[in-house]
Design a protein around this ligand. Structure first.
Ligand SMILES: [Zn+2]
Length: 348
């Protein structure tokens, strides 16, 4: 067998991590008006053996917490002993937002609409610029971990530019039941990384400000699967519980036809047919009762948990498929694969 070629040193924030070293770097972001220095914590594992340089980041939206826990568990995973290449783990990108338990930065900007940023721009723009120079530009691949917004929960899904061959291969390896060929959003990290030619996946699952065990486990397994597909970790033969992702043809939000109180018992992952009842809208002091129906056949990939809605508010997110029964089967496959672990409680 040919000997693996040796890795190079990795430099970040003026710190050099030699091949074979693992280090935590506190990357200076800003000085607060309290005279406190704020830093972005980053852990780098630089293998002796050359390979891809993958960054995995979370909490670009400061209230999206599942990814913080996915990265914590990833960094303790025994498989990393056999790492090739370099893993750059950034559990909290939007440190200001996490401190305030907010999606945004203190200037109310959305960091994920501020990429690639600039050195002299807004606070969000400066952080985006720092992230691009210190992390993205030094890596070959990226995974960005997200959740739904507050009161909104997402079924595990990967959004990526699936027209790009390598990105599609990695998205399929991740192993969520649903893949969404997402248009690049202006100002997102994914768009900026794409311009650098870096294949990037965005994982979405669960809800803001909560830990969801199924989302965390699916995300952790997905990151490890991608690392195996990149040969950063050895392949495993005969994997049990393989989920074969199905690409959605498109997706649409079903909005509240009028303001009111929503009742709904439909679960994420449910298959619905056009015209099926998704929920009803009532009012506390009237006989008003209206039906919210599925506008098309689909799988429920997102929903609100807040029982209150103004007219026009997004309530249910449906993904459409060419072969919907395949997507339904993969949702069931994921649920089955998670069940034993979830029944036994949290064990990590
Ligand atoms: Zn997000």
């Amino acid at each position: 067998m040919a000997r693996a070629s040796s890795n190079k040193a990795f430099e970040i924030g003026g710190v050099t991590i030699a091949p074979g070293e693992r280090a935590v770097v506190d990357l200076p972001i800003a000085r607060l008006y309290t005279h406190t220095d704020l830093t972005m914590p980053i852990e780098i594992i630089n293998s002796r053996r050359a390979g891809p340089r993958l960054f995995v980041c979370a909490a670009i939206h400061g209230d999206e917490l599942n990814g913080v826990e996915i990265i914590r568990r990833l960094l303790r995973h025994s498989a990393l002993k056999r790492l090739n290449g370099t893993l750059v783990a950034v559990p909290v990108v939007n440190v200001h937002g996490l401190l305030h338990r907010s999606r945004y930065l203190p200037d109310r900007r959305d960091l994920n609409r501020s990429f690639p940023g600039s050195e002299k721009g807004s606070l969000a723009s400066r952080i985006a610029d720092l992230f691009m120079h210190e992390i993205v530009a030094k890596c070959t691949h990226g995974i960005d971990l997200h959740t739904g917004a507050v009161y909104r929960e997402n079924l595990p899904q990967v959004r990526a530019n699936l027209d790009h061959e390598e990105t599609l291969r990695l998205a399929q390896a991740f192993g969520t039941p649903v893949l969404i060929n997402a248009d690049l959003r202006d100002g997102s990290l994914r768009e900026a990384a794409d311009r650098f030619g870096i294949p990037m996946l965005l994982y979405e699952s669960g809800e803001a400000l909560r830990f969801d065990e199924a989302s965390i486990r699916t995300g952790l397994r997905g990151v490890i699967n991608v690392m195996r597909a990149l040969k950063m970790l050895p392949a495993v033969r005969g994997r049990k519980h393989k989920v074969e992702p199905v690409i959605a043809r498109g997706s649409s939000w079903v909005r509240a036809p009028e303001s009111g109180i929503i009742s709904s018992t439909i679960a994420l992952g449910a298959r619905v047919a056009k015209g099926d009842l998704l929920g009803t809208i009532t009012a506390p002091l009237s006989d008003l009762k209206s039906r919210v129906e599925a506008p098309c056949d689909g799988i429920l990939i997102g929903r609100t948990h807040l029982p209150l809605a103004h007219e026009g508010e997004a309530l249910f997110h449906l993904a459409r498929f060419k072969r919907i029964s395949e997507a339904e089967q993969q949702v069931l496959a994921l649920q089955e694969s998670l069940e034993p672990a979830l029944h036994n409680g949290i064990a990590i």
